[in-house]
Design a protein around this ligand. Structure first.
Ligand code: F6R
Length: 244
């Protein structure tokens, strides 16, 4: 794992955006695996800016998002689809038909997840997968478990994840309890992985990811087995690793 330790969120975002930009320039038909949440917002801001400045062309890019809440429509302002439109898609020249996110309104989980896996295969796999990390070490919505999941599937969100996500919803009861997510195997089959970690609330997850045993109890630990991971973490997230 190639690790960059940066000062703060902005430095992390700029470096992450420059890695994504390099991928887009090197292969204008790249398949990018994208993430939502607070972590990549600044990264998407830089990508938008560089597109506006004429540096980045998204016209040949295809995106596959990691996950989506189950039971929530695209139009819902809390859907990950809506997040992607607001933070990236509506600001760049990506073709909307080349942006893929599991359909949260579909109830037939088996078919949704199978079709998503098939789609990733048909697109030739993910060239660069962007990841954040949960406080409990989850990646995508692969929560701590007793085995690593292979493919895209439907998950019940951990209580701690629902707790962390409730800041985005008006009422705690509105927080979805299930989501569709790429599996650990799907994520691990990406050619390259870019993991972003920011803030002291991720320090324990970071410590476990780097120094702990590789275990599905801390899903991000599996990334140590991937041959091409770049991690960008700020000093606060690394505080526990550095103090050991
Ligand atoms: C989002 C995702 C999640 C988040 C993680 C961190 O698509 O898959 O794994 O990356 O929950 O969320 P933030 O960035 O909000 O701390």
């Amino acid at each position: 794992m190639k690790t960059y330790i940066v000062k703060d969120y902005d430095e992390m975002s700029k470096k992450a955006a420059s890695i994504l930009a390099a991928q887009i320039v090197a292969d204008p038909e790249s398949v990018l695996g994208l993430a939502t949440g607070s972590t990549p917002v600044g990264t998407y801001r830089y990508l938008r800016k560089w597109h506006e400045e004429g540096v980045l062309d998204f016209s040949g890019i295809c995106t596959m998002n990691l996950d989506e809440y189950r039971g929530i429509s695209k139009e819902n302002s809390q859907s990950y689809y809506h997040f992607m439109v607001e933070n990236l898609f509506s600001h760049v020249n990506i073709k909307r038909e080349n942006t893929y996110i599991p359909d949260g309104t579909r109830k037939d989980s088996g078919a949704v997840c199978r079709e998503y896996e098939d789609l990733i295969q048909r697109k030739g796999g993910i060239d660069l997968q962007l990841l954040g990390i949960g406080r409990n070490g989850h990646i995508g919505f692969n929560e701590p478990s007793d085995c690593f999941t292979e493919k895209s599937h439907c998950v019940s969100l951990a209580r701690s994840t629902m707790e962390a996500n409730k800041r985005f919803f008006e009422k705690a009861e509105d927080v979805p309890k299930e989501a569709y997510t790429m599996g650990i195997g799907t994520i691990m089959s990406a050619e390259k992985i870019l993991l972003l970690v920011c803030g002291s609330d991720k320090a324990e997850a970071m410590y476990q990811t780097i120094c702990g045993p590789i275990t599905p109890e801390v899903p991000a630990t599996v990334l140590r087995l991937h041959k091409n991971v770049i991690m960008i973490a700020d000093e606060a997230a690394m505080s526990k690793v550095k103090s050991e």
